[in-house]
Design a protein around this ligand. Structure first.
Ligand SMILES: C[S@@+](CC[C@H](N)C(=O)[O-])C[C@H]1O[C@@H](n2cnc3c(N)ncnc32)[C@H](O)[C@@H]1O
Length: 244
């Protein structure tokens, strides 16, 4: 009996070392992964975190995504909202104006101008969303996040990318942050969300994995969020829940 238990524990500890992070098998994710461009930006472990947050949303208040790129994470958020039969409106925000180092990267490697790249990624977003969540399109706001939050704070109506008039403002239940990755931007996105996030609401920081050098990692490691938030999971990106 003891031998069996020791064997099982050894097996578990080896497995934990080899696969330390949690994944959630999901056919929708698999289908997107092989069919839409930009899919690898949403690592499979994020699926577990998004499912966890959406499953436990404390209210029906909006879910917000900052930084959509070609729409992989937008589609995943939309998918889990539908799967868990949540009525929360999804707002996603992107102006498709890339950070300077990204513009240089595309110019150098693909030999394309920033304008060409912006057009291509924006068009990809539209096509991907229409293909994968055409029946539940989010409110897509083509602004920088600072300008979006300005509208959120003042409850100024907006026309989304699909031509619909939408009304931002009020409490937020979950924010998926993946916009500008420089520290100052990450902190501002966090502060702007935090002002409106309900108690027990969630914030997910993509690219906050301690193993990856980025302003997101620096913000999360600094730990100023600990006053109001608890860590739900580090998988390897951070999912936080507001506790006060
Ligand atoms: C890493 S990509 C997002 C990937 C996407 N979340 C996914 O997993 O499929 C970052 C995106 O943030 C956008 N972005 C950069 N700065 C931003 C800002 N200040 N406000 C909103 N979006 C921003 C970029 O245009 C880019 O599309």
């Amino acid at each position: 009996m003891l031998k069996k238990l020791l064997k099982r524990n050894t097996y578990r500890s080896i497995r934990r070392k080899l696969f330390p992070f949690k994944r959630l098998p999901d056919e929708f994710y698999d289908a997107l992964y092989v069919s839409i461009n930009g899919a690898p930006l949403f690592i499979p472990e994020n699926t577990y975190c998004v499912d966890l947050a959406v499953r436990n949303l404390p209210t029906d208040d909006p879910v917000i995504e900052i930084g959509s790129f070609t729409g992989m994470s937008t589609c995943m958020l939309s998918h889990f909202l539908e799967l868990h039969q949540r009525r929360n409106t999804l707002f996603n925000v992107d102006k498709w104006e890339f950070e300077e180092k990204e513009k240089q990267y595309y110019s150098r490697v693909l030999k394309v101008t920033p304008e060409t790249m912006k057009h291509y990624i924006r068009e990809s977003f539209i096509r991907n969303l229409q293909l994968c969540c055409g029946s539940r399109l989010p409110a897509t706001i083509e602004l920088f996040s600072d300008d979006f939050f300005e509208c959120w704070n003042t409850r100024s109506s907006l026309v989304d990318l699909w031509g619909r008039t939408v009304m931002p403002g009020g409490p937020i239940s979950f924010a998926y942050l993946d916009g500008n990755h420089q520290y100052a931007f990450v902190k501002r996105d966090f502060d702007n969300v935090s002002k409106w996030l309900v108690k027990d609401g969630f914030i997910f920081f993509d690219d906050s994995d301690p193993a990856i050098k980025s302003g997101v990692r620096d913000f999360v490691q600094e730990g100023s969020w600990k006053k109001e938030y608890e860590l739900v999971i580090k998988n390897p990106n951070y999912l936080l829940r507001k506790i006060r």
